[in-house]
Write a protein that binds this ligand. Structure first.
Ligand code: ZN
Length: 333
């Protein structure tokens, strides 16, 4: 005689009186699993503790033998059943969690809960948070990327702490040299915060005088943008004398110039625009400061070194050397 627990019987669409209802462990399909949902819910509650969320989604992995026995019962009784045991479990647990003031969200839940009913592990993952931010750099010597001693590592440490997160990923909008300053409004960039336990109330500003950087979170965004067009205003510091100014003025008068960067050995190249806006000679420092506006992706290093770039810095300004450059402004178009 087939014995099913109350929930397993109801799920098959059977009238509860028509099959022998057993309680708990005697159920042919679930062997008592359905009667332990309250205990399982305690595991779920424990796992989500520490996560700040309003919406959730629960998924589950069930032991194969339970699924097989449910199929077998349905085949034997020639019934389709009302619901699978898996969705019944996740629905029941979802209802229990909803009763605590949270809501199920199938599209964009703030946390994903996965219940492994084989190992009894509950895995929680927070939906990534995407941020648009900006950084400024007031001290020379810090590189942008890398796991140590970089803007990336400082921002990562801050984000992980602020959001109580597992890690962070970055999408940079251009980059500068280790020795460059970033002034003005700063350089925009995007942050993806992974598995954030905290989703609100974080501080929006990191200011570290010792590292010479400050970071501002501008706003939350939906994701990393696929393509970003931007322009940068950069100040070049060129070793040279007054005589260079004549050539620079000549370039200024030309307005926007197309600079061709060779891509490979097949003659393919990318054109980036450059516009010299202003220049001045600082006699004490023996430096010519040249302010330029360039398209995003304009690689200053290559322009200065002159490899496969036409016209390059020497073609335009003569015998000069780039000491360093600072970023004055970066604008997303
Ligand atoms: Zn059962």
């Amino acid at each position: 005689m087939l014995q099913l627990c109350h929930l397993c019987a109801v799920r098959q669409g059977l009238h509860v009186g028509s099959s022998v209802v057993s309680d708990g462990d005697g159920c042919y399909i679930c062997r008592g699993l359905m009667s332990r949902l309250n205990d399982i819910f305690m595991l779920v509650e424990d796992a989500v503790k520490g996560y700040e969320f309003r919406s959730f989604l629960i998924g589950a992995t069930l032991p194969q033998d339970i699924l097989e026995r449910e199929d077998e019962v349905r085949a034997k009784l020639k019934i389709r059943g009302l619901e699978s045991i898996k969705s019944s479990i996740t629905r029941e647990l979802g209802m229990m969690l909803s009763s605590k003031g949270y809501r199920v969200d199938y599209e964009r839940p703030e946390i994903d809960i996965h219940l492994d009913l084989i190992s009894m592990d509950v895995n929680v993952r927070a939906r990534p948070i995407y941020l648009l931010a900006r950084y400024r750099k007031s001290r020379r010597g810090l590189k942008q990327k890398g796991y140590d001693n970089s803007i990336e590592s400082i921002v990562r440490g801050w984000i992980v702490k602020e959001f109580n997160a597992r890690d962070a990923r970055f999408l940079w909008i251009g980059g500068e040299d280790k020795d460059s300053l970033v002034i003005g409004e700063g350089r925009p960039f995007f942050i993806k915060v992974l598995d954030a336990r905290k989703r609100s109330g974080y501080s929006e500003r990191l200011s570290s005088d010792s590292d010479g950087i400050d970071v501002t979170i501008v706003r939350k965004v939906d994701g990393f943008p696929r393509q970003i067009r931007f322009t940068s205003k950069v100040r070049l510091y060129l070793d040279g004398d007054q005589s260079i100014m004549d050539r620079v003025r000549d370039v200024i008068s030309k307005g926007s110039i197309s600079i061709r960067f060779r891509e490979d050995g097949y003659g393919r190249y990318v054109v980036k625009r450059m516009h010299v806006i202003d220049a001045r000679y600082c006699s004490e420092a023996g430096v010519v400061e040249v302010d330029i506006l360039v398209d995003g992706g304009f690689t200053l290093k290559r322009f200065a070194e002159g490899h496969d770039v036409e016209p390059n810095m020497h073609d335009l300004f003569g015998n000069v050397r780039l000491r360093y450059f600072d970023v004055l402004d970066v604008r997303i178009c």
